[in-house]
Design a binder for this molecule. Structure first.
Ligand code: C2E
Ligand code: CA
Ligand code: CA
Length: 665
């Protein structure tokens, strides 16, 4: 019972209480022992005085005969005078001499507190040869010391001298000494207690700090000091409870920094960390005191905006955050601006619990990344991205390197000669449950994660190997491989490609990399550095989906590219839509003026093929010529399979060479 409240007390209070009890007991016990020993010592001292007095002063004055009956008058007067002379110094106030028969042989007559002989055990033991003492009377008591007197034979006690002295001065001395010792003892114990208290106080303080620190660590991110996932979830839960009571909305936002991995890879982890540490303070200014910003891990941050009056204010905050991030950060003298993709979900519209809100915000963030819109509010349509699509990520992780990724090839045909010049490698995923998946279903997912890197290397490896194998059979085909933005921002990429070229014994001139315009917009200086190195190695570079983005030709001119591919959206309809036809025509002109190879993709009809040939386009790719097919089909069945419902000679402008090329495959 008593321990329950004690357990609740702080360590220090516990020590103060529990430590004081034994200290007190110890001091009382020590005090008692000391006092007993002091008073014992004081009495012994008094006895020694009395023994000395009797042996040195009294014994020489008396005779054996005297103590046998009564002291002679001379002896008695000598004893009295020695008492008068020396007794005062020793504190002796009375003397009596006892005979063996229990009668008195002498009394100084000033003995207070007379007592019968048989009462005193000390007298008895003195006759037995041991001096002793007893305290007689109370209050102003006397100490009576009994000293055996041996006047004749040394082994026989002839009489006992009883010396009485007042006890008060002895008691006073005892008191004085005891008090002094007790004070010293008390001071010592107090010091000891204080020292222990200090030590315990220090330790308890440290412990308390440690506990607080541990608590902080459990709820905060070590790198940035921001709340972590656990604390964030807790805050969202609290906010949901509060929002249920009132009218207010609340928003959960997830933000992922774009290209953070590249910053980390190129500028080093310490710079990446430094950047992450600056995000929190930078965003704080965009938020209210009651808002929470947390780091969920990596470059993913979460925000909680409780008490929103209207949902639109959340998008305003998202805009503010993006503009705050776009102000340059300085890292090792380099200034760089950061972009973040933000997904927003509202309570109660998009979810009523933490998990639902986080998941919806995640979907919205994913859409924001995909659409490059910066921020997106969750919309039900977006759920195509999730959760089943997001679950694909796990499958994809397993699929990379497992042989589930297949590469199909689609021919690129020379419009003038009708000859196949090369093929474009296009990936497919043979999913064990979902069947053959088109790249649009998983490439964006891979790009959203780190998976795009191993995936790209796997495709490049497969394509290079295939290229080598065709060349070994005498088919002079070039291969185009699509690159993702990640590859282009990876300064290591050209080295890796060089290694793969060597590994598969493939000439750089046989390879073209296709890059989309948006890829190029992502990070100019780094993309430029990578492109220049690839181009210097002798690899062809092609701008894919040309016309679908914002690329200006002045920009394209600065790039070391060798080819542009007109986006299929213009090509497919150019025979029906005059606008598309104009775009295709001007692009062909522009490209040719710049000395670039111009490829039209999405050629689905003979009309389009003819028009392109007339416009002077270099190459065509599309279902009219062949769909993307497995490598074996290109190798084994050649042209007949590539152009299923017509013979190669049907192709306008098809030459014998072309026929040979297709037939030879
Ligand atoms: P893309 O690079 O523009 O590839 C051309 C796409 O157009 C291919 O779709 C191809 O099958 C399709 N296509 C070809 N001819 C025609 C036609 O006449 N009509 C129509 N309507 N479509 C035609 P696919 O294979 O589904 O690839 C889609 C996109 O996926 C590619 O677009 C490319 O951006 C991406 N992709 C494919 N393979 C890879 C890869 O290995 N790595 C990367 N990073 N992206 C890839
Ligand atoms: Ca392509
Ligand atoms: Ca394309």
């Amino acid at each position: 019972m008593i321990f329950r409240p004690v357990r609740k007390l702080g360590l220090l209070t516990k020590f103060a209480i529990l430590g004081a009890i034994p200290t007190l007991i110890l001091s009382v016990m020590l005090g008692k022992t000391l006092q007993a020993s002091i008073s014992h010592r004081a009495r012994e001292h008094a006895r020694d005085e009395a023994v000395l007095f009797s042996h040195l002063a009294v014994e020489p004055l008396i005779s054996e005969a005297g103590v046998a009956s009564t002291l002679s008058a001379t002896e008695a007067s000598k004893v009295r005078s020695v008492m008068a002379r020396d007794g005062g110094r020793s504190g002796v106030t009375g003397v009596r001499i006892w005979r063996r028969d229990g009668e008195l042989a002498f009394t100084s007559g000033r003995v207070r507190h007379e007592r019968p002989v048989h009462d005193s055990a000390a007298l008895g033991s003195a006759f037995a040869g041991r001096s002793g003492w007893s305290l007689v009377g109370s209050g102003a008591a006397d100490l009576h010391v009994f000293v055996p007197l041996r006047l004749g034979q040394a082994d026989q006690v002839d009489a006992v001298l009883e010396v009485s002295m007042p006890y008060a001065p002895i008691a006073e001395r005892i008191n004085e000494e005891s008090t002094e010792l007790l004070l010293i003892l008390l001071a010592g114990l107090t010091l000891l207690y204080a020292a222990l208290f200090r030590i315990v106080a220090g330790a308890s303080n440290k412990l308390r700090q440690q506990v607080a620190e541990n608590e902080h660590q459990a709820l905060h991110d070590a790198l940035t000091g921001l709340p972590n996932r656990t604390l964030f979830r807790d805050r969202v839960e609290q906010a949901i409870l509060a929002a249920r009571r009132g009218e207010a909305h609340l928003a959960v936002m997830l933000m992922d920094l774009d290209r953070f991995k590249e910053i980390n890879d190129t500028l080093g982890h310490h710079n990446g960390d430094f950047l992450l540490q600056q995000i929190g303070p930078r965003l704080r200014h965009c938020l209210r005191e009651s808002d929470t910003i947390a780091r969920l891990g990596g470059d993913e941050f979460a925000l909680l905006l409780p008490n929103l009056q209207d949902p639109a204010s959340a998008t305003r905050v998202a805009e503010k955050i993006r503009s705050a991030l776009s102000r340059p950060f300085v890292l090792e003298g380099l200034t760089l601006s950061v972009e973040g993709s933000i997904g927003i979900a509202f309570h109660p519209d998009h979810g009523t619990d933490v998990d639902a809100l986080l998941q919806r915000a995640d979907v919205a963030m994913y859409v924001a990344k995909e659409t490059h819109n910066g921020h997106e509010v969750y919309a039900t349509e977006d759920d195509q991205y999730s959760p089943s699509r997001l679950s694909l990520v796990g499958d994809l992780r397993r699929a990379v390197g497992s042989g589930e990724l297949l590469v199909y090839y689609q021919p690129k045909v020379d419009l003038a000669s009708g000859e196949i010049d090369g093929v474009e490698a296009l990936v497919r995923w043979k999913h064990p449950e979902r069947g053959l998946l088109a790249p649009d279903e998983f490439i964006p997912l891979a790009e959203h994660t780190e998976l795009i890197k191993p995936l790209t290397y796997e495709i490049i490896g497969t394509a290079f190997k295939q290229c080598r194998s065709w060349h070994d059979r005498g088919h002079d085909l070039s291969i185009a491989v699509n690159l993702s933005v990640r590859s282009l921002l990876d300064l290591q990429f050209p080295d890796d490609v060089a290694r793969l070229l060597e590994e598969h014994n493939v000439r750089p001139g046989w390879i073209t990399f296709e890059i989309t315009e948006s890829t190029l917009m992502a990070d100019t200086w780094r993309a430029m550095a990578v492109l220049k190195r690839l181009s210097a190695m002798g690899i062809g570079l092609s701008i894919d989906d040309y016309g679908s983005g914002y690329s200006s030709l002045s920009y394209v001119k600065r790039l070391p590219i060798s080819e542009i591919k007109i986006d299929k959206s213009f090509v497919m309809n150019m025979d029906r839509d005059e606008n598309d036809a104009v775009i295709v025509r001007s692009t062909i002109d522009l490209g040719r003026n710049l000395g670039l190879n111009v490829v039209a993709e999405g050629v689905e009809t003979e009309e389009v093929w003819k028009k392109l040939a007339a416009l002077g386009c270099n190459m065509a790719q599309g279902h009219y010529l062949s769909e993307p097919v497995p490598a074996d089909e290109i190798t084994q069945r050649g042209g007949a399979r590539l152009l299923p419902d017509r013979s190669p000679s049907d192709l306008p402008g098809a030459s014998v060479g072309h026929r040979d090329a297709l037939a030879g495959l």
